[in-house]
Design a binder for this molecule. Sequence first.
Ligand SMILES: Cc1ncc(COP(=O)(O)O)c(C=O)c1O
Length: 394
Amino acid sequence: MKLAQTRLQQLGPYPFERLSALFSGPSQNSQLEPIDAGAGEPRLPLPAFVQPTLDEHIGGFSRYPSTRGDIGLRQAIARWLERRYNLNGIDPNRNVLTANGTREALFAAAHALINPEADEKPYVLMPNPMYQIYLGAAVTAGGIPYLLPCEAENGFEPRLETVPEDVWRRTALVYVCSPSNPTGWVAEAAYFEHLLKLADEHDFYVLSDECYSEIYWQTPPAGLLEVAAGLGRSDFERCLVFNSLSKRSALPGMRSGLIAGDAELIERFAKLRSYTGSATPLPLQHVAIQAWQDEEHVQQHLTGYRASLRAFFDEYGTENIPSGSFFCWLPVENDEAFAVAAYEQQAVTILPGNYLGATNDQSYNPGSGYVRVALVDGPEKAAELARRLKAVKA
Ligand SMILES: Cc1ncc(COP(=O)(O)O)c(C=O)c1O
């Protein structure tokens, strides 16, 4: 084996690179205005507090931000978690870290928490299909990804019952994504309870990606920390949650997120970040403080997302409204062929589902046969998108 060969080589290209490659041949219908429903990037006006807060704190660009994040921001995050999940006693010094968006945090967490030199290689469990960062994190940290298929007949729940005892024994981490990108599945409290019971039995950590927690169809989704507290685990033992201003506040370009939970895990993570992490610039951290303190803009966004979902499904004609997130996970015959046809015939960009899945030992990829459609452009475009997708002939 070459000395310079890295674990990175085990990974394929990222889904959006595959999408660019897929669309490099076919040409988009130039008669229609393009609709980009490929990336999960909210496109909403900036919340009103952004500009004045930036103006006030602009001088902060001349200082290095501290790796853990400004204490004012950690306090705002702790209070938000307490309000949102009816918790108390979240210590901004012990239980909270800030991150330059959760993408890097979700990736780095595996590197901070698993031991690739254990006698037997550790497993990292994750939903399939999934936000591909979990897969990249597991592989590069030296773990073995173990895929939990999420299928329509089980409401897209990543099924814990299917995991063999031998895998549980070697499990180091479990990634949960609720609300789920791409399927829209939302974990009930009982799911987290079951997972925590298994975590105690088999000595692993639960990493809960809750980035879409404020985008839901009916009831606010349960969070891992609130379930842990309800079980009397007020120290949040074995739990880390990840959340972000990218979706909640429609500020993906700000790169601001949170990590919260078990103080010991936070400490390990902080140590890793002291070597690798750089925090969000200070003026942006001040904007982030405002964003965690204000629910009005979040409610406005939610109203808009719901209107878009309603408009899309009224037009599309099925009642597959996701419980959470702004993604529609639509069954099609052949996902790549459908995405190409949508691009060529209707000037629509969507993501083939198999790019968001991984293929297991039995050559099965549960993302195949679906496309992911992001509703990020408001109700009118959502209805137009549905009309165009219905007209696709693949
Ligand atoms: C499931 C999920 N988790 C995490 C992220 C990362 O978001 P950010 O790094 O902007 O906080 C995304 C972004 O698309 C996502 O879909």
